[in-house]
Structure formats: C-alpha cells, structure tokens
Write a protein that binds this ligand. Sequence first.
Ligand code: FPP
Length: 277
Amino acid sequence: MLPSGTLRIHELTSEERAVYATLKPECLPEHVAIIMDGNGRWAGRRSLKRFIGHQQGARSVQLVMETASRIGFPWLTLYAFSIENDLRRPKAEINFLMRLLKSFLESNVQRMMDNNVRIRYIGRTHELPAEVQEKMRWAEETTARNTGTTLTLALKYGGRSELVDAFRSLAAEMKLKHISPERITEEDIHRHLYTAHMPDPDLLIRTSGEMRLSNYLLWQIAYTEIFVTERLWPDFRGIHLLEAIADFQLRERRYGGLSESVGEVEENPERIRIAAG
Ligand code: FPP
C-alpha cells in the first residue's frame, strides 16, 4: 500500500525521520488500531490524580494523529471510551472523560484541518451525553471533506455489542428482503459493522503491557498483527507509532497459508505414512 494522503515528511522530528527512513513505503499498513492504556498508572507513578493521566493521554492522541497525517497514513482507530469504562468507572471519572473529549475536539479541530485529518466515530455514540454528541457532530462535519488520515475514535464502544448491533440490522434486512439464513456471508456481516467503510486493521497496538484485546474490534482483528509495548499511553508519541510499524514490516503475514520459504509441498504418500507412523 502506498500512502494515500500528501506526504509531509519534512514536518517529522529528526528522530521520527530516522525511523521513517528505515520503513518500506510500499508495505505500510493501511489501518492501525490502538488500545490506549495506562493513563491511570502514568499518573499514579507521579503521585498525580488519574485525571492528569487522561489529560496527558489526550495530548498523545494529538501528537500521534499529527505524525500519522505527516506520513500520509490513511486509517487510525483509537479506543477512547469503552462500554465497560462507562459501566465500571466512578461517575466523576466518566464526567471528566466526557469533558476532556469535548475540549479535545474544540481545541483540535483547527489542527485536524491543518493536517487534512477527518474525524469519525464508532460505537453506541447515541448513548453519550447530548452536548458531547453535538460537539462530535460539529467536529465530524467540519472535517468531513479532509482527504488525509481518518482518525476514528471508538466511543461507548464494545466489540460484542457491535456484533449484536450488526446482527440486529442484518436480521432486519433479511426480513425485509425475505433472505434465508443459509445465504448469509461474511461480507453481509461486514456490511453491518460500524467499520463497514474501512479496511480491517493490519496492526493493533496496545500500550502499557497488558496482553488483552479488551473487547476491541473483535471481528475485524481476525488477521491483525499485534504489537504490545510496556510504554504507558501518555508517554506514547509519533516515533513509537513509527517503531511499531517498523516491527510490523518484519512480520510475515500468512492469513492461514504457508510461508513463502516453505517452497514446494511434499506430495509423496510414502513419506506421509512414515511421518504418521
Ligand atoms: C486507559 O487508561 C485509557 C482510557 C480509559 C481511555 C483513553 C482515554 C484517553 C487517551 C484520554 C482522552 C482521549 C481523547 C480522545 C480525548 P486507564 O485509566 O485504564 O489506565 P490504567 O489502566 O493505568 O488505570
């Protein structure tokens, strides 16, 4: 895949340029999804309140978005607020995250315009507070005609609830069009996901070292490469995105097939018997 947006490599920091120079531009991933984790730990290690960790996390979102746009990267999808966050976190923290989201959008839309970034959302966003939804709509409409990076925020998102929503709308379509269940294909399910308009992620990054998927993009990550870093999200910068992409380019993606280095496959039945015995 060649970068789709306009390249602004000269705007990268010299450290970022050094990593970018090691990348193969024709093998850049098309879509990177990130589980942004570790805001609370970042704050805790500095004896600060968790809120400060979230604030610093929002700054990381801005910086990573800018680096992505400078390298002409098409799709960046960030897990910003899960259904489980909404159910299991104290009300005060949820309220803070909502205010932070609003102020992030207010103060970053101009930056998105300058960087040709389009913002979109996935999740049960209609369940978010009305004033947050209003700000989200404003940011989405303002940036809708930008053609560089699409920054998608997963908000009030859960992978299982996305599948429930997809199956509900597929079932409604089947009823309307009198389609029988045997005719359902993977493509039909894909069409009803929140992510129907984008390619599946090539790379999933998780910060702060946990080896979990946390209900993120469960259908879409079937063949996604996973990169886990110990770095906490508030310390994550554009250069770390580039390093993760460099690591991704060392992987061999087989999609259930064989490695190219395997060569001709042995078809001698004698040998198969010996091996089985
Ligand atoms: C995990 O930290 C992060 C979140 C709850 C969601 C991500 C939120 C942000 C990056 C802040 C704002 C984002 C935007 C787009 C404005 P945690 O609290 O789970 O950290 P911990 O596991 O160390 O406690």
